[in-house]
Design a protein around this ligand. Structure first.
Ligand SMILES: [Zn+2]
Length: 224
């Protein structure tokens, strides 16, 4: 206990309790609902019995307040814990193991197509037939199904929006997609879902260009 309070408990005995404000008043004082200018405060500092009662009431109030604080913080901690637990169940599975709308990239078979080193179609116009040697730089194959296709673009391609098209021998566009390319360790690539499920097995042209009017890069693919 405070040494000054210790002293106060003995300094003014007042055995007859002369001028004491009464228990109710002391309780109000301990509850801090009595104005600091009230003469009862003056009396408190000159009456050890009143001071003793006041200290007990005040300490009891402070203990109740501490308990209330502990309970509030305890409740908040419990709410936080529940929220975290619910959050972990509600969000982590949907974000990382696939909830509605998040599964799309994983629902289709992953596939890769490579334009790195592909012919530049810039000079080819309309019905002009590209030289055959420029159309089959590699023997690339894709399955005849909906694919989650990662496309690697020719070296040095910019990032940004790209267009991708699959064409038949009559230059008819059979499938197309748009995607945002990014550069990763010097390689420019994008990923797009492309439906090749209606494609008859065979050779097709694939071309890609930067949206809206970059030059087409063209290559061949075998769909099987
Ligand atoms: Zn008193």
């Amino acid at each position: 206990m405070d040494p000054l309070e210790e002293l106060m408990l003995r300094a003014y005995p007042n055995p007859t309790r002369t001028g004491c404000p009464g228990f109710q008043m002391l309780r109000s004082m301990a509850a801090k609902t009595v104005s600091r200018s009230d003469p009862a405060w003056e009396h408190l500092w000159k009456c050890s019995p009143c001071f003793g009662e006041f200290v007990k009431l005040r300490d009891a109030r402070m203990a109740r307040e501490r308990l209330k604080q502990i309970m509030i913080w305890g409740s908040l901690a419990a709410i936080l814990l529940i929220a975290l637990t619910l959050g972990a169940h509600r969000f982590i599975p949907s974000r990382y193991s696939g909830g509605p709308g998040t599964q799309r990239p994983n629902r289709y078979q992953a596939a890769v197509f490579n334009f790195e080193g592909a012919a530049d179609e810039r000079v080819l116009r309309g019905t002009e037939t590209p030289p055959p040697e420029r159309l089959s730089p590699k023997d690339q194959r894709l399955p005849a199904r909906i694919v989650d296709l990662t496309v690697y673009l020719a070296g040095g391609s910019d990032d940004g929006e790209y267009q991708l098209q699959f064409l038949d021998g009559h230059n008819t566009v059979l499938a197309s997609a748009e995607a945002r390319a990014q550069i990763d360790k010097g390689r420019t690539h994008y990923t797009a879902v492309v439906d090749l499920s209606k494609f008859a097995p065979g050779e097709y042209a694939v071309r890609s260009r930067k949206w809206p009017n970059g030059s087409w890069h063209r290559s061949m693919v075998i769909v099987e």
